[in-house]
Design a protein around this ligand. Structure first.
Ligand SMILES: C[S@@+](CC[C@H](N)C(=O)[O-])C[C@H]1O[C@@H](n2cnc3c(N)ncnc32)[C@H](O)[C@@H]1O
Length: 323
């Protein structure tokens, strides 16, 4: 478990909402599906205090089993230069690659994933795996895309519908991993519970952040499996959006199997999306404009049905029914 970071409390530049740490069980549960990708590869965890991060710990413990070439992690401190840890070969000659083979090197800069020094490490890396700071999520993903990197990262579900990330998902450049949904994270000891989805066990504080999801651009079998749809379409069962030629689908299980028009479905469809089955047409969400992908009848936006704003909906079309 990561140690509590009381020392960070008073530091300038630390956003307390960014301080939540991924459990090793959740990391294991997801990364088991990507194991074959790591052989002979350099993995970079660039938002991970390597002394406490479970991402570092996972790769350190699995180094040989995965056949990694190199593991690198940089430590971030908003106020001062930090260091990086690297693991790549059996330095002490005991025949195994373990903790004892870690090399610690000071950095000139502060370990910010955007710093030139960290970008140089990024360029050398093959796969980036981490839970990046929520407050910088878009910038973080943009950097990975700009440097054309493969990645597996976790974040809050809400990031999937932001103006930069949603188009990447829509265009099939990135997609969700396996274990999406309600997930709890370790929070620092200074965290004061303000909500019910909080618990404490053996002195460690845990907090759910609502739905989380994994985002990746490594191909996974799940992405080629259909979401099973059974319901036959009957006009009287579905409302229509006020401004769009699209039906309103309240729950995923209500997605009709035989409707060939545009359907506004819950955002959790992204957990099950197979681009061979559905085309993602666009997004209707109250706080975001201009992503619908189909024309608005009166130039107004938003997921309105009978004058009432609904939760955000992803607009999809069944590709198998395309004429
Ligand atoms: C959501 S936490 C996750 C930490 C770790 N990856 C994990 O999953 O346990 C994000 C971490 O990124 C660090 N961070 C914030 N801004 C950063 C930056 N600009 N560059 C690198 N790391 C940053 C935060 O201090 C925080 O520890």
């Amino acid at each position: 478990m990561p140690k509590a970071k009381n020392t960070n409390l008073n530091k300038a530049g630390i956003n307390k909402e960014d301080e939540f740490y991924t459990k090793i069980t959740d990391i294991e549960r997801e990364l088991r599906y990507y194991k074959h990708y790591f052989k002979d590869k350099t993995v970079f965890c660039n938002c991970d205090d390597p002394e406490t991060s479970n991402f570092w710990k996972y790769f350190e413990l699995q180094f040989e089993e995965l056949g990694l070439k190199k593991l690198v992690s940089t430590h971030f401190d908003p106020e001062k230069p930090t260091y990086k840890l690297e693991l790549m070969r059996d330095i002490d000659g005991d025949g195994k690659i373990t903790k004892k083979d870690i090399i610690k090197t000071p950095l000139q800069q502060n370990g910010d994933f955007r710093s030139p020094e960290c970008i140089e490490i990024l360029k050398e890396a093959d796969i980036i795996v981490t839970n990046p700071p929520f407050s910088l999520y878009t910038e973080y993903v943009k950097q990975l895309m700009d440097y054309n990197k493969k990645f597996v990262i976790i974040g809050r579900e809400t990031v999937a519908t932001n103006k930069y990330i949603f188009p990447l998902i829509k265009d099939g450049k990135i997609w969700t991993g396996y274990n999406n949904g309600d997930m709890e994270f370790v929070v620092p000891s200074y965290y004061e519970p303000r909500e019910t989805r909080y618990r404490e066990e053996n002195g460690i504080k845990y907090r759910s952040l609502g739905n989380a999801l994994w985002l990746t651009n490594l191909d996974i079998p799940k992405r080629h499996e259909d979401y099973k749809v059974y319901k036959a379409y009957r006009e009287e069962d579905y409302l229509k959006f006020d401004y769009y030629d699209a039906i309103f689908v309240a729950k995923l299980t209500d997605i009709p199997c035989d409707y060939d028009g545009v359907m506004g479905v819950p955002i959790t469809i992204l957990h099950h999306h197979n681009p061979e089955q559905f085309e993602i047409v666009g997004l209707l969400a109250g706080n975001i404009r201009g992503l619908a992908g189909i024309p608005s009848k009166i130039d107004k936006d938003g997921p309105y049905v009978n004058g009432k704003m609904k939760f955000g909906r992803i607009l999809i079309r069944n590709k198998r029914l395309a004429k």
